[in-house]
Structures are given as C-alpha cells and as structure tokens.
Ligand binder design. Structure first.
Ligand code: 5AD
Ligand code: SF4
Length: 451
C-alpha cells in the first residue's frame, strides 16, 4: 500500500469513472480495476465530465470498437482543462497490441496511462507515478502471462458474480484476435477458485458465472478438469446457480453434457457459439467441428434437459461465404431455434489468418445477411418464449426497472429476463413468478399466488 498516494487521493476526494467495452471478461476486469481504485481511496462517480480519473477499458474483437474508442478518447481533449489534475488512462485488450497502444499514445498525448490486461495490479504504481511524480507513464504490453491472484474486485451486482477460471486461448479461430492479445491458456488453481466463490457466498452472492475464452479446456496444468470443477463447486460452496461462458463445441464432452440435470446448481442454459452453419466456412474458420456435430450436441443436451436454453454467437460475411453457405447458417438457426444469438458482421482483424483470405465480403452483403439472420433469431426467441406463458418460474431479482419504478427484473435459470411488479429491496432474492406476457427479449409475469 502506497501511503502517500492514499493520502493524496483521499485528501482531494478524487473520483473515478470507468467506460467498459466488449465482453463479460472485460466487464469483470473493470470490477477489478474499481476494486484497486477504491482501495487507494478513489470514489466512483457516474458524472464522467467531472471525474478526476477516467479509464477506458477497451476491446479489440471487432473493428468498430476501435473507431468508437478513438472518438470517445478524442472527445476528452478538453477534460483536463475543465478538471484540474485529471488523469486519463486506457487499458484492456486493444492496448495489448503494441501498434494500437503506440498509435493511441501518439495520437492522444493527453492520455497519461496506457496498460494491458495483465497490469491491473500495477495500476497503483502507475497512478502514483502520474499523480505524485509528475511524469507521464506509457506502459504497453509485455509477455507476462502469469495468473494474478488476490486482486480486489468491486462487483457491480448484489446478486451474481463473475469468476475467472481460465485466461487466454489456444484455438486460433482464423477470424479472432483474442489469442494474439490474451496469450495462451492458463488455468487458475481450483483451490483459488473455490475460495473466491466461498468468499462471495459469504457476502450473499448466490449466482456465479465462470468465465474464460474456452472454459471447457479448463484444468491443463492444474489438479482437476472442468466437469470436476463443477462438481466441487456444487459440493463445496453455497452457490445456488452456476453458469459458465464461453464453451467451444469441439470440447463439449459427454462428461460435461452429463453434468446437466445431475449437478443441482448448474443452470439449464448453455452459451455455445456456432459461428456458422456451413461446414466449408467452419473449416476456413478453423473451428474443428461440423454442422452435424453441432446439431448432435444440441440434441444430446436436450435429451438430458428438454427445456435447456441454448444461446450462441454467429458471424456473417466471413471471407468466401457464399449465398449457399449463408443459407446453411439460416438452416441451422431454423433447426436449433436458439434462445438468443449475438450476431456479428465479420470484421477484419490484423494478425489473424482470415484478414489475408481471398473472397472478402462487401459491406452491403454483410448488412443484408445480418438483417435476415436477426429477424429469424428474433422470431425463434419469441416462439421459444411463448412456451413460458402460464408457467411458474424462479426469478433471481437483479435490477429495478429504469422505466417503471414499481417494476423489477431478474432472470430465470434459463437466463430469460423477467419483468414484474416489486421493489428494489428485493434485489438478490428469489421470487416465484407466473408468466403472462412475452416478447422476443423479455418475459412479463405476476408473483405466483397473486395472479
Ligand atoms: N469479426 C466478427 N465477429 C467476431 N467475433 C470474434 N472475432 C470476430 C471478428 N473478427 C465474434 C465471435 C465470438 C464473439 C465474442 O465475437 O462470434 O464468439
Ligand atoms: Fe477467439 Fe476462437 Fe479463442 Fe473464442 S475460441 S477466443 S473465437 S480464437
């Protein structure tokens, strides 16, 4: 602990604001950044314009994230004039790419700190250099891939928490930049994971989502593999609802499928990115499974748990994707009838194999395919949700509604959002709700017994 830094921050009542882009992994890293900052004495503000420290936690999975970041960082040019002594920092995946980090530092000389995904534990030192040393610090990336334990996290939710179990990725899907920025797979020790989860349960958290780029390959180099980790969490912690993301279809074993319906806390939901329904495109993506294999996985999951919710990620317009390939994706969506899908237009990323592939697809075609896909996914979601009408579901309350002060919202075990009447003090509680109306993205209901 740096006493003079804490004194400086607390005496001046310094505030911070974090803007987060990208996936759940990044959202959780922002919670860790917030934990570090609060330990130093910073307090959170939602008034970005007045914050003494603004941190952008970046993503680099898709191109537009970069453009958006540049726009938002650029808009802060005047911030340092308006707020004396303000500090601006940029971190996260994009800053793990040396070129991008350099480009940002040159283009925006008013940015004080640049750091990669493995440097959160050095944030205190960097802030001390800037605030007390008067020097600008640009810390780019390094090869450090050690797993950092014990970082405090200021969690955003009172009801559920993210817990990292594996960092990095070894898969090298040809469109994806993640293996280049987050390095090779490193699993956390199961004892560390279990003690983090037990500490969360002591604080009243009952839902945990295990995080990793490919959670199925958890365990290499540690003591247990993924299915056993799920067993241990069920047996040795007080978690009521356990989820995980993301799983790779090529690593979804029978043993893991067998965990559904057997492990009590494991929720009836799986996020299983398919990316494409065309075998030719799947091969070019280096996904190492076929459409038929994916369909057989879904069938086996539904054999075990008939009402399991299946969600996915799909990319349209991958280089070389013909109308027939896209039709295969549409066909797959029609067969599976996903409960939700994150859909993306292929975006060319430096370093990746697909960036150099022939047959890059024009913007208009990608846009049209995305539109067609999204309307089909929306129709599937609505159809699936209709099956909930009249049913009673257990909802873990997460939020009070922004639009209606008498309404709260939460999720079912199948990860469906349910809105119903209630008040904010119920956040973190489990409530039985009978569904009466549904839309594609949300369900609505009344408390069981009150209908
Ligand atoms: N272009 C479009 N979508 C991408 N994704 C990853 N890389 C790209 C890319 N270059 C999508 C994949 C992945 C999700 C997190 O982001 O669908 O599963
Ligand atoms: Fe990217 Fe593929 Fe690894 Fe997922 S599994 S992070 S898509 S390389």
């Amino acid at each position: 602990m740096n006493e003079s830094l804490i004194k400086h921050v607390t005496q001046k009542n310094l505030t911070y604001f974090i803007e987060t882009y990208g996936c759940q992994m990044n959202a959780h890293e922002s919670e860790k950044i917030a934990g570090v900052l609060e330990n130093i004495g910073y307090t959170y503000t939602d008034g970005k314009n007045k914050a003494d420290l603004i941190i952008f936690n970046t993503c680099c999975v898709r191109e537009h994230a970069e453009a958006r970041l540049y726009g938002n960082v650029g808009a802060l040019r005047e911030h340092k004039k308006n707020v004396a002594g303000a500090v601006i920092a940029v971190c996260g995946c994009m800053m793990q790419q040396q070129d991008a980090a350099k480009k940002l530092a040159v283009r925006f000389p008013f940015v004080d700190i640049v750091f990669g995904t493995n440097h959160i534990q050095q944030l205190e030192g960097m802030l001390s250099d800037v605030l007390l040393g008067g020097g600008r610090r640009v810390l780019r990336i390094d090869e450090d891939e050690t797993v950092i334990e014990g970082l405090p996290a200021l969690r955003n939710s009172l009801s559920s928490a993210y817990v990292n179990i594996i960092y990095g990725c070894n898969n090298f899907c040809t469109y994806c930049v993640v293996p280049f920025v987050r390095g090779r797979e490193r699993s956390r020790r199961s004892a560390d994971i279990l003690s983090e989860i037990n500490a969360l349960c002591d604080q009243g958290i009952t839902e945990v989502t295990l995080l990793g780029q490919n959670v199925n390959s958890y365990g290499k180099g540690t003591d247990i593999f993924f299915p056993e980790l799920l067993n241990r969490i069920d047996e040795e912690t007080g978690v009521k609802r356990l989820r995980f993301m993301t799983s790779h279809p090529k690593d979804l074993t029978d043993e893991l499928i067998g965990c559904y319906g057997r492990i009590g806390c494991l929720c009836e939901h799986i996020h299983l990115p398919v990316q494409s329904g065309s075998d030719r495109i799947l091969e070019r993506m280096n996904r190492r499974y076929t459409k038929a294999h994916y369909l057989s996985l879904v069938e086996r999951l539904r054999d075990r748990v008939p009402d399991i919710a299946v969600t996915t990620d799909i990319i349209v317009g991958f280089p070389g994707e013909s109308d027939a390939d896209f039709a295969d994706t549409i066909d797959l969506v029609n067969s599976v009838k996903f409960d939700a899908a994150y859909t993306f237009a292929y975006s060319k990323r430096a370093l990746t194999k697909a960036a150099g592939m022939p047959g890059q697809i024009d913007k208009q075609t990608k846009k049209e395919r995305l539109k067609k896909l999204n309307s089909l996914v929306g129709a599937c979601m609505l159809d699936n949700n209709k099956a909930y009408i009249g049913k009673e579901v257990e909802v873990l309350v997460e939020n009070s509604s922004k639009r209606n002060e008498n309404e709260i919202s939460g999720r079912t075990r199948t990860a469906k959002t349910v809105n119903f009447e209630g008040s904010a003090h119920e956040i973190g509680w489990y409530v039985s709700v009978k569904i009466d109306k549904v839309k594609a993205h949300t369900l609505h209901g009344v408390r069981a017994g009150e209908e």
